[in-house]
Design a binder for this molecule. Structure first.
Ligand SMILES: Nc1ncnc2c1ncn2[C@@H]1O[C@H](COP(=O)(O)OP(=O)(O)OP(=O)(O)O)[C@@H](O)[C@H]1O
Length: 601
């Protein structure tokens, strides 16, 4: 609430400022700050939250501006309708520019978006029949109030209201399920999708939001100027928008405001020495990247922390939360075996980590998948969770065929996992990591989140309550607000377990959960896994710690060179000569050797 009040107070102050002056220069500065703020707000969603770099925002700005220009001049459209249309058109361009992001990342993506900007720039310059080229389009209809075109003061007031509205809507989106999902995409795409986040859709969404706000800003400029030409559309604009976000503080809700106000004022100040403006912007970009990667907002947060030390765990009800695991309704019914993998095969050239492997996972049991290094255990888990596609075979969970399902779809269906090498969202708090696990269990969609409807607020509160219960169950409450990456290794493993449990899995797949743990931590893990099993969650774990495997498993499956060589109760498997042979590399026929080694598996 404090954030909303602050935002409203700033907007009111800006409005009073606009009302108190008739000076066109000052009014234009205020208007420009709002225009850049709109661009930066969307760009912050894309860059700061989804982690996608775009150097083509000028193209989207142009899409909005030309859409409004052409709609009102060539098609005589109502200027208000044209503003809405321009936003929609640029959002559609956002889908277009998002397409490459589904295939390329990082610098390659930046290059592709840069190319988009260049293509638009060339198009509007060369196709002068449509876009007017350097001559531009005149007589664009401005917005009107009571039948009269906006005065400059009205333009500023409208831009302030639009900025405030956009900020509050996007904030609604970012502080909940959608914001966390976008951050998870930035953190680790594989982990995000394994936790039920549809990564590609979220990337497209981020591009669309950034494109819509940029196009809206472009349309505002075109309609306010009543003129727009190709000179507006250049690489410097794309860089300026990027700089606004980075300088203000990428990933911070206050960043776009701080960046747009500072840089608009600076650019107004430098206007009389226009030859150094680009040089200063370039220098600021380098400065922002190297010296203050968190931008002005980061510096502000540091200062605030100094005066107002962070409270310990301020998770709602964290201290009082009752230890509990959310278990999905289906767990009460369902089939037995709950998970069936039939005849799974996978080959990488000559290496065959899975050869016709079939496994039945019995409901409510702990299963261990063991085998020497390189036996194909991780590949098996990766095939079950859709990260690796099997060449042949079927995977069925509770009667549902998962072979063609997406990674996030498999998580939604009830298979959750941890990773052999930790894949936490290291910069996010423990609570946020675990809340991302709840993503696929929450029912609030885009609109209810954007508008902060009661459903979205209820779902958020419910998810937080569940997460508090999970953290208490795993004895993590004291670390709820710590960044996950700052915790000791053993605790990080437990956070990954908590995150997987938050997806409310039918079957929990754990890839070497005891790796890197000391003997005491391994023992604690064993007890914890039994408690989880006792809550009705089926477990399949890949493990090398034989003491742990033998102590807690109901059923052990042994792989060697991609083949299942044995399975059964732990004692039976332990005594199986083929297992000993696989582990010790001794000749299967050497009975004497096998007999002496069997007990030590
Ligand atoms: N993407 C890949 N491309 C080529 N070979 C692969 C790939 N993934 C796995 N392999 C090979 O498949 C075999 C099985 O690997 P996998 O990681 O599944 O074994 P593992 O039983 O989990 O081993 P460890 O216990 O050491 O983790 C190994 O020989 C590995 O090199």
């Amino acid at each position: 609430m404090r954030h909303v009040l602050t935002a409203v107070a700033i907007a009111v102050l800006a409005a009073l400022l606009a009302l108190s002056t008739a000076n066109d220069f000052y009014l234009r500065i205020l208007f420009s700050a709002c225009v850049y703020f709109l661009c930066a707000t969307g760009m912050n969603v894309l860059l700061g939250f989804a982690g996608q770099k775009s150097l083509g925002q000028a193209g989207l700005f142009a899409a909005g501006a030309y859409a409004a220009a052409l709609a009102t001049t060539s098609f005589d459209m109502n200027p208000w309708a044209a503003l809405v249309l321009a936003t929609i058109v640029s959002a559609l361009f956002g889908v277009l520019i998002a397409a490459p992001s589904l295939r390329v990342k990082g610098p390659s993506l930046a290059m592709v978006t840069l190319a988009f900007g260049v293509v638009v720039e060339k198009l509007v310059t060369e196709a002068s029949d449509i876009f007017g080229g350097a001559m531009g389009i005149y007589a664009i209809k401005p917005l009107t109030f009571a039948g009269q075109p906006f005065t400059m003061t009205q333009w500023v007031l409208f831009a302030i209201a639009l900025s405030l509205g956009t900020h509050l809507l996007i904030r609604n989106l970012l502080i909940g399920r959608f914001g966390r999902a976008l951050l998870s995409v930035q953190g680790d795409e594989i982990a995000a999708s394994a936790m039920g986040v549809p990564v590609l859709s979220y990337k497209v969404l981020a591009f669309v939001v950034a494109a819509a706000t940029c196009g809206l800003a472009g349309a505002l400029v075109a309609q306010q100027n009543q003129y727009f030409n190709s000179d507006f559309v250049n690489f410097n604009l794309s860089i300026f928008i990027l700089l606004t976000v980075l300088f203000g503080g990428s990933g911070s809700l206050a960043g776009p405001f701080l960046g747009s106000v500072t840089l608009t004022l600076l650019s107004a100040f430098l206007a009389r020495w226009s030859f150094i403006e680009h040089f200063v912007n370039g220098a600021l970009l380098l400065f922002a990247l190297y010296v203050m990667p968190q931008g002005l907002a980061g510096i502000g947060a540091q200062v605030l922390r100094r005066f107002r030390p962070a409270k310990p765990a301020d998770l709602p009800g964290a201290t009082a939360a009752e230890a509990s695991l959310p278990v999905r309704a289906i767990a009460a019914g369902g089939t037995d075996p709950v998970l069936t993998a039939s005849h799974l095969s996978k080959a990488y050239g000559g290496v065959k980590p899975a050869r016709d492997v079939s496994v039945n996972v019995t409901k409510g049991h702990i299963h261990a998948l063991i085998g020497p290094n390189g036996a194909g255990k991780s590949t098996f888990i990766n095939m079950l969770t859709g990260i690796v596609r099997p060449d042949a075979g079927d995977i069925v969970l509770n009667g549902q065929d998962l072979r063609q399902a997406s990674v996030h779809g498999i998580c939604r269906a009830g298979l959750a996992r941890s990773f052999q090498n930790l894949r936490l969202f290291r910069d996010l708090t423990v609570t946020d990591n675990v809340l991302i696990g709840q993503h696929s269990r929450m029912r609030n969609g885009f609109l209810s989140s954007l508008l902060a409807l009661p459903l979205a607020r209820r779902e958020e509160a419910e998810a937080r309550r569940r997460v508090a219960g999970i953290l208490a169950f795993l004895d993590l409450t004291a670390h709820a607000e710590a960044p996950a990456g700052s915790l000791p290794y053993g605790l990080q493993r437990r956070v990954e377990l908590a995150r997987a449990l938050a997806t409310e899995p039918e079957v929990l797949l754990l890839d070497e959960p005891a790796a890197g743990l000391n003997p005491q931590e391994t023992e604690e893990l064993g007890r914890l896994l039994v408690r989880i099993r006792d809550q009705g969650i089926t477990i399949l774990l890949v493990e090398h710690h034989m003491d742990l495997v033998m102590a807690i498993s109901d059923h052990v499956i042994v792989l060697d060179y991609g083949e299942k060589i044995a399975e059964g109760p732990p004692a039976k498997v332990q005594a199986d000569p083929r297992v000993t042979a696989a582990y010790l590399g001794v000749d299967e026929d050497d009975d004497e050797a096998l007999a002496t080694q069997a007990a030590g598996v």
